[in-house]
Design a protein around this ligand. Structure first.
Ligand code: DGL
Length: 276
């Protein structure tokens, strides 16, 4: 494929990155999108640093081989555990002209404009919380702000199992929000630092204290990518304006299609792929 027909790859451990893809497509509909969900090996949330890095590197190489010169790691766990190593160690060797971007930095960049108290809460997977990536990024950008990080390990399984709207989900939604707010009652902004969590938004809004801003990442990442493409015409001109979206999954495509259609509010037709 010629260089002016390159696509934008969007990678997630499973379905969650579709909440990011939805906003990316809404904001930048003219490009060709290739989504890759490693559903067969999801969730990544409690996996070791080494495995998340290995799986993410495989996904990035696969997307590069399928004409993606730009890849978004639309997964906080992968962004937290693999992005830096891929950018600094792998990219110069395997594809120096290509770029891989994550979701944590763009999210942290907007917090200074949103939080008035300077006290931010993060709900994310155990892996993202343990990495302290949000705290480290925030310290670099806004040293006077604090972030309290709480893991919500039951939220991804609830979404993956289609239980996001069920009455049973209320207990776990309330539990982690209460834990977070008890740790720092001055929190006025809660970052949903996992791409699955927007599927729980109605319940999250129900249990969050009034006046607390809930921050999903889709629009933030889409705005950030739009700015990136303006600042990098050398990358932008390589991207085809095909207005298409393709999907790859490491799981059974029929199963993926059923669940992904709910996320995208649009029919989805995925192809199967093996990562190694
Ligand atoms: N999508 C991942 C994230 O944003 C969470 C799902 C998982 O644990 O694989 O962190």
């Amino acid at each position: 494929m010629t260089d002016s027909c390159q696509k934008i790859g969007v990678f997630d451990s499973g379905y969650g990155g579709l909440t990011i893809l939805r906003e990316l497509r809404r904001r930048l509909p003219e490009y060709g999108w290739l989504y890759l969900g490693d559903n067969a090996r999801a969730p990544y949330g409690a996996r070791s640093f080494e495995l998340v890095y290995e799986f993410t590197r495989q996904a990035v190489e696969t997307l590069f081989a399928r004409d993606c010169s730009l890849v978004i790691l639309a997964c906080n766990t992968a962004s937290a555990k693999a992005l830096r190593t891929i950018q600094q160690q792998d990219l110069p060797l395997i594809a120096p002209e290509n770029r891989v971007l994550g979701v944590i930095r763009p999210t942290v960049e907007v917090l200074g404009d949103i939080s008035r108290s300077g006290h931010v809460g993060l709900l994310a997977t155990p892996g993202t919380v343990k990495s302290h990536s949000y705290r480290m990024e925030l310290e670099k950008l806004s040293a006077d702000m604090t972030v309290t990080e709480v893991a919500a390990p039951m939220w991804v399984p609830l979404v993956e199992n289609g239980e996001a709207d069920s009455p049973g989900a209320d207990y776990f939604v309330k539990k982690y929000i209460d834990t977070l707010m008890a740790s720092d009652p001055d929190i006025d902004t809660i970052v949903l630092g996992c791409t699955h969590y927007p599927m729980l938004l109605p319940k999250i809004r129900k249990y969050a204290p009034e006046g607390v801003t809930i921050l999903p990442q889709g629009e933030i990442v889409a705005d950030s990518l739009a700015c990136y493409l303006k600042r990098h015409p050398e990358m932008e001109c390589r991207l085809g304006k095909t207005a298409t979206t393709e999907y790859l999954t490491t799981e059974n495509p029929e199963k993926f299609n059923d669940i992904a259609s709910l996320f995208m509010k649009d029919p989805v037709e995925a192809r199967h792929i093996c990562l190694s």
